[in-house]
Ligand binder design. Structure first.
Ligand SMILES: Nc1ncnc2c1ncn2[C@@H]1O[C@H](COP(=O)(O)OP(=O)(O)O)[C@@H](O)[C@H]1O
Ligand SMILES: [Mg+2]
Length: 399
């Protein structure tokens, strides 16, 4: 069976984007102008014809107007050769089967995400779409993105944009001076990433990146441009994004964190957005139990319920809580329980610091402390119910 490969058709259709006439390969990739003059591209577009690449005897390339059918006949159902099983196949049935059956077994057991959402992630990747995972902090965005990358079996690169100070150095590179070599430029790992065919490039915490980073990424992420400019100046050298490269970004959107900048609309438009689900108490308990099977159910249920309660209240918008206990935080707390801290101690370290002390008795922290106390008290009450007081006990009571 013929392998689907970018540019393999050598027939292109022309699409108009803004005032540009872009050539689109049979793999569905926008390849820009490919050096074909505007007049020819415009004519093809207006006639509804395709352009066929022809090699002349001298080895140079020419483009001839052909019937659009020639293009359509070659259109590959796949945009990348990303998938192990799908790789060698051009059959639509195989792709559907991969998304709906095979992909589910690639979902790691440790992550709580619905099968539907997972399939949608896989589908977006197979269809070479840039993906943006959104949701509040600590709900599994990075975990889901990394799991997806792993399931895809493609060359992968990771960049945490929330942790970078100098966007230019991270995304483009640095200029150095050496007494022997003089001034020279060392390109960034990002340049290596985007020039690797079929790479999946993870842009973690894109929402926390400096606006400089967004500006630099704008042309990189745009399907109609797909290049990185090495310098701000017009006409400066560019690096083209290799065929099949896709981007997966994560963004904290719709939450209280001030360090999260409001993502530029233009950046958002360059992605298919997938919102992570925030877990309910049952799902949260299931996850905690999976991770810490030796911790008693009561404590884990308490953690799950406390977290769930804060999520509901902070969502409610009555101002009682402006933030919530994330899944990341409840996993931390469960880890403390596992290491022998009691529920209140674990909450003191893993929950209370997230809530503000402002307002004293009316503070968010007081609210959450009382919530946790309720579960601690319940536990003590339960203990009393089950242990008969002994002689010794009554003797040691000092009050
Ligand atoms: N949906 C989830 N399924 C499984 N674990 C989760 C989930 N959400 C959060 N976690 C736990 O919280 C930790 C942090 O998740 P992470 O993906 O870094 O969150 P985010 O990127 O959304 O801030 C993970 O390592 C995992 O232990
Ligand atoms: Mg993250």
């Amino acid at each position: 069976m013929k392998k689907v490969k970018e540019f393999s058709g050598q027939i292109f259709k022309v699409e108009m984007v803004g005032n540009r006439f872009n050539m689109v390969s049979t793999a569905g990739t926008n390849v820009g102008s490919l050096g074909v003059n505007t007049g020819t591209r415009k004519k093809a577009y207006q006639n509804g014809q395709a352009l066929k690449q022809i090699k002349t005897k001298s080895g140079s390339l020419m483009y001839r107007l052909v019937d659009m059918k020639e293009y359509s006949n070659l259109v590959a159902p796949l945009k990348t050769n990303a998938e192990v099983n799908v790789e060698a196949s051009t059959k639509h049935e195989d792709i559907k089967n991969f998304i709906h059956n095979d992909s589910v077994s690639l979902k790691p057991e440790s992550i709580v995400i619905s099968d539907l959402k997972w399939k949608y992630l896989i589908r977006s990747a197979v269809r070479a779409k840039n993906i943006m995972m959104t949701g509040p902090a600590g709900c599994g965005k990075t975990m889901a993105a990394k799991s997806l990358v792993k399931a895809l079996n493609r060359p992968d690169f990771y960049f945490n944009l929330g942790a970078t100070q100098d966007a230019r150095a991270t995304l483009i590179g640095n200029t150095h001076f050496d007494s022997k070599k003089g001034t020279f430029f060392s390109e960034s790992a990002f340049v290596k990433a985007i020039t690797t065919e079929n790479a999946v490039v993870l842009l973690d915490e894109l929402s926390r990146a400096h606006p400089d980073a967004w500006n630099i990424l704008m042309t990189v992420l745009d399907g109609g441009q797909r290049y990185l400019r090495l310098d701000e100046a017009e006409g400066s050298p560019i690096v083209n994004v290799a065929p099949g490269v896709t981007f997966i970004a994560t963004a904290n959107i719709g939450n209280e964190y001030t360090s999260t900048r409001v993502l530029d609309r233009a950046i958002l438009d360059r992605f298919t957005t997938i919102e992570m689900d925030v877990l309910n108490d049952e799902q949260e308990f299931g996850l905690l139990k999976y991770m810490y099977p030796n911790v008693n159910d009561e404590d884990l249920k308490a953690v799950a319920e406390i977290a769930h309660h804060t999520r509901e209240v902070s969502k409610g918008g009555d101002g009682k809580l402006s933030t919530m206990v994330s899944t990341r935080a409840s996993v931390e707390v469960a880890g403390l329980l596992y290491d022998g801290f009691n529920l209140f101690e674990a909450a003191e370290i893993g929950i209370f610091p997230f809530f503000s002390n402002d307002g004293g008795a009316d503070s968010e922290r007081t609210y959450v402390k009382q919530l946790v106390q309720k579960y601690v008290k319940d536990e003590k009450a339960d203990e009393k119910l089950f242990t008969e007081p002994t002689e010794e006990d009554s003797e040691t009571i000092v009050w």
